[in-house]
Design a protein around this ligand. Sequence first.
Ligand code: SIN
Length: 277
Amino acid sequence: MTVSTLDIRPLRGCGALIEGLDPNRASDREVDAVREAVFHRGVVFFRETALTPEQQIAFARRLAPIVVNRYFPKTERHPEIAKVEKAEAQTSNIGGGWHTDHSYDAAPAMGSVLLAVETPPTGGDTLFADMYAAYDALSDGLKATLETLQAHHASAHVFGTEGVYGKTDRPELAGHADTPEAIHPMVIRHPGSGRRALYVNPAFTTGIVGWSREESFALLGWLYQHAVKPQFVHRFSWRPGSMAIWDNRCTWHNAMNDYQGHRRLMHRITLDGVALG
Ligand code: SIN
């Protein structure tokens, strides 16, 4: 797809690479095209941007209103930007494990704008999985069953007082009192593209409404291994200045933690969303 000088190249598995766009000089039409590409491809990547924090915020605001993440540390001067950081001596990273952001909110975040500030010499890639494709590949029978189901999503087991981060060397990410829960359909109709997507994820989905724990885990476990088959996944390698904009309603992501002894710093802005149906 080409919009004026904007080159949007679909990538194998998930997402698209956008070339020929300086986010600082994007026209309204180009911003609309980026948003459309995010809605339809799930995630778009830019190489070699040189955005200051102010410029990243300004570009994100043109895509959607910004919502401040409750749990992540903020950059010193810009509360809109969360620091996704792993220091040389730390062993746990942020976002390691398949998830989609904020599914525990009644109106989950639309997406995120992640800018690489400092990257390790090797490793530190992020995997993205396409939940449109994962849904499309299901049988008609399972699709029809899933469309009748809703799932619980929660945040306390990750960020609350007993949250998993509290058992790692990132205890500052746990211990929070504000831990929302929500119920969403297991298959959503994406509000931007109109396409159906699988909407459960391994990190925040805690069960299927009306099903026992064992029954829930059996079906969810099957869906989780299905959704990350290689044909639905793209692995993105970052360099300083690389930027990804993803849509949380139709993708999952998973930050690789394979660069022990090196620092990785990303600036993340979260984009506000709407209730899902
Ligand atoms: C996140 O889960 O938001 C972080 C992803 C990454 O650092 O690659």
